[in-house]
Design a protein around this ligand. Structure first.
Ligand SMILES: [Zn+2]
Length: 178
């Protein structure tokens, strides 16, 4: 009788130990795992490239698409409202909307040295003057600096992709810019 009770106790203990081990494995598997999140944005803007030897020296427009990818570990605090999230998509949206989309959407983007600047200023139009040639490539570098400065510490900007047309896009990658 005594030994049967012992065996039963041992079985319960083994079962409990199994659960603990599985739970620990689950935590170990999830802790520190990195995930990338991407959010897509759209904006319309016009620009002209100073001294360019092609058609893009003229003022013309693009329907830009911006893909913002961040990297981090999902929140493991089950008491947090952000449990299981790398970052709330809504928070990422608010940052990019405020710092990029609201500034550039339906704006004319010109290098401050472009000969169109004085005419554009007299037209009472939405104008963004840059210190750089507003190519897809330079806009990405500028956007990367802005977004990186706004992200919370626990996540990092991993990649930015900017489509100028459906078939032409540029990519900024963290690995390339360490
Ligand atoms: Zn263009």
């Amino acid at each position: 009788m005594f030994s049967r009770v012992r065996v039963a106790k041992q079985k319960v203990y083994n079962l409990f130990a199994g659960f603990v081990l599985s739970f620990r494995r689950l935590l170990t598997t999830f802790a520190g795992m990195k995930i990338r999140l991407t959010k897509e944005f759209c904006f319309e803007a016009s620009h002209a490239l100073n001294n360019y030897d092609g058609l893009c020296r003229n003022v013309h427009g693009h329907s830009y698409k911006l893909f913002v990818t961040i990297k981090g570990s999902p929140n493991q605090d089950c008491q947090s409202p952000k449990y299981g999230m790398v970052m709330d998509f809504g928070d990422l949206k608010r940052i990019v909307q405020r710092r990029i989309i609201e500034v550039y959407d339906h704006a004319l983007v010109l290098n401050k040295d472009n000969s169109f600047v004085s005419a554009a200023k007299s037209m009472n139009t939405k104008l963004v003057l840059t210190d750089f040639q507003p190519t897809c490539e330079n806009m990405l570098i500028h956007f990367a600096q802005i977004i990186s400065s706004e992200l919370p510490e626990e996540v990092e900007l991993q990649e930015l992709k900017l489509h100028e047309t459906a078939t032409s896009f540029a990519t900024w990658c963290k690995e390339d810019n360490k």
